[in-house]
Design a protein around this ligand. Structure first.
Ligand SMILES: Cc1ncc(COP(=O)(O)OP(=O)(O)O)c(N)n1
Ligand SMILES: Cc1ncsc1CCOP(=O)(O)O
Ligand SMILES: [Mg+2]
Length: 343
């Protein structure tokens, strides 16, 4: 099977080690797809790839293994011993799989030409798996966030948002209708890093370009903002796109255009958006009955009326003043979350 010029055991050992590495990495990703995301299609993709790898892992390659004499077994990097989050764990293992597949592609060419081709194809499959996984992981996190903070301009914006994150907030939108682009970019960058430090999602209001440049998790667009199709071109396939809606027609259009979630409101009239009339609880109830995608109630919501919004069917709510103007944003967040968790 081996070409004459490569009849030592070096190449079978390289192939054996990397077949193992790729399989192990895929198994780690598969477990997250299955138990974390409960996504059987992604889990099945991983399984199919593991099975294909197993078919290449013949006894000829396995018997070349010589673990006691492998100088690499004792080598670990401190980064391999710490994983700060699921995202980090997934990233590290996807990287490991891709490296292993590249080794299999290159050294596989010396073993059997078809092996190089097979592992090149698999490398592309893993790129697309990675892309799906990033989106799904983000989207699951979005769906599990009952409370959504939309910011208002404040000199202490970072410390207010951090206080809310300490209270358990997992979803933040940066909304700033007046600052210059350079200021928005700087604040967005800082907020995005802060949110990610707390394992929370960061969404940029209005500006797909800023969302992309700061590596935000998504962008929120209103009826007057750019189209979802254009935003998708700008932010790519893996970021979340939200669209504001005030009635069933706007809801149907946003869904048809591919929004990942919709805003429903303003439920109550609000000084934060004074020119926008309230849509009332009937539209909240309509969303509960009719929206096939996640939706978030927004506008004038606070601790006093939250139960009414929940009773109308809301499972996710967005607030500005209830946190940004609270005396104690950590406590306000905890109180809002406590009510939402009783729903
Ligand atoms: C979650 C959420 N819902 C609605 C809005 C409002 O968006 P839009 O209608 O574009 O108005 P502005 O916020 O841009 O003034 C939102 N930002 N977030
Ligand atoms: C941005 C936005 N979109 C609809 S209502 C609203 C503002 C909500 O602010 P508040 O929670 O302070 O009423
Ligand atoms: Mg807008």
């Amino acid at each position: 099977m081996l070409k004459e010029t490569h009849n030592s055991l070096s190449i079978p050992r390289i192939l054996d080690a990397n077949l193992n590495r790729a399989r192990e990495g895929l198994r780690i990703i598969e477990e997250w797809c299955r138990f974390g995301l409960e996504n059987s299609q992604l889990a099945d993709n991983c399984k199919q790839m593991r099975q294909e790898i197993a078919r290449w892992h013949t006894s000829e390659l396995r018997i070349a293994r010589d673990t006691p004499n492998d100088p690499g077994t004792a080598l670990t990097h401190p980064q391999e011993e710490t994983r700060s989050s699921i995202d980090h764990l997934l990233q590290a293992n996807l990287c490991r799989i891709q490296e292993a597949l590249r080794v299999l592609e290159e050294y596989g060419k010396l073993y059997q030409p078809q092996m190089g081709i097979a592992f090149k194809n698999m490398r592309y499959q893993v790129y697309s798996l990675e892309s799906n996984l990033v989106k799904q992981t983000r989207y699951e996190k979005y769906k599990k966030s009952p409370l959504y903070l939309v910011t208002s301009p404040d000199d202490n914006i970072l410390s207010i948002v951090e206080a809310a994150l300490q209270g358990g907030l997992t979803l933040v939108q940066y909304r700033d209708k007046n600052s210059e682009d350079t200021i928005q970019l700087e604040i967005a960058q800082k907020l995005c890093q802060l949110c990610h430090k707390y394992d929370a999602l960061f969404i940029m209001n209005d500006r797909a370009d800023i969302a992309l440049s700061v590596n935000a998790d998504g962008v929120h667009l209103g009826q007057q903002d750019i189209s979802i199709a254009l935003a998708r071109q700008i932010v790519g396939p893996n970021r979340i796109i939200g669209r504001s809606t005030t009635n069933p027609q706007e809801m149907a259009k946003a869904i048809a255009e591919g929004a990942d979630y919709i805003g429903v409101g303003p439920v109550y009239a609000t000084p934060t958006k004074p020119d926008k009339p309230a849509v009332g609880l009937d539209y909240v109830n309509y969303a509960k009955e009719n929206s096939p995608i996640p939706w978030v109630a927004i506008g004038g919501i606070d601790l006093n009326n939250l139960n009414d919004v929940i009773s109308a069917g809301a499972q996710q709510v967005a607030v500005v003043r209830a946190i940004m103007k609270a005396d104690n944003p950590t406590k306000a967040t905890q109180e809002l979350l406590a009510k939402l968790s009783l729903k």
